[in-house]
Design a binder for this molecule. Sequence first.
Ligand code: AMP
Length: 284
Amino acid sequence: MLPTLIQSVAEMQAQSSTWRAQGQRIGLVPTMGYLHEGHLSLMRLLRPRCDTLVASIFVNPIQFGPHEDLARYPRDLQRDMELCAQVPCEVVFHPSAEEIYPENFRTHVEVSELTENLCGPFRPGHFRGVTTVVGILFNIVQPHLAAFGQKDAQQALVLERMVRDLRMPIEIVIGPTRREPDGLAMSSRNVYLQPEERKQATALYHALLLAEKMINSGERRAEKVVAAMTELITHEVTTPVIEYISVVDRQRLHPLESLRGQFVIALAVRIGKTRLIDNMFFEV
Ligand code: AMP
């Protein structure tokens, strides 16, 4: 059975208040739609832990930069509804941009420090857009639990920080990155890749595997790991634009010179017109 489609903020908020009054636990998976196994895996992660599962589908205009892909971002609501039915989830919340951002909208949520490195400098205003919309979605859907993917590690850690700092009574669950059989992290944006670019896109995962191998063999110098990853990508991709390959600590996302404790290796590479990101978490 297809989930119930709710497009009005007032209706969603009223529905969630009713569920809460009935003592139901609400789970939320926020997405921008064009769903794939990565999104569905987050829904399945919450499914046994809640009574009512809501997937939101909202291509959030304020998290896109002026030269980014807002207009061409892929959309297919009917297909998304059918995929949600497979989980299953009870409700798909799909508001319009005007519903979320009425004309007199003036408030934003901003997390400092964690947004300063990795994607931060390359996407000014992006995380402010993400934290603002997720804050709004939390107030509308009123979830007890919300799931985010490790694929967007910085986003997940920023949102975890927001929830802690603002004392939102919501448990953040971070689900593992789902990959294609050849290792490419699933992403709605992978449909932009031309066939040759798609083949070369596995270089990001190969670079992370190389980093893992070096670390497992005892390498502790971040610089060496980054250099080897850079070389691999330059070798495997025809004309890559490497935005960053960074080793940062997991708590504050500050660059590390020496690898110890809990850290993240993250990278962003543009292949043709498509910007790809990937990462791995480590503990040594
Ligand atoms: P998006 O629709 O791209 O905004 O993603 C919605 C949620 O799905 C975010 O929490 C993402 O981190 C998560 N997600 C996207 N791709 C994957 C993936 N390959 N594996 C796991 N989670 C993912």
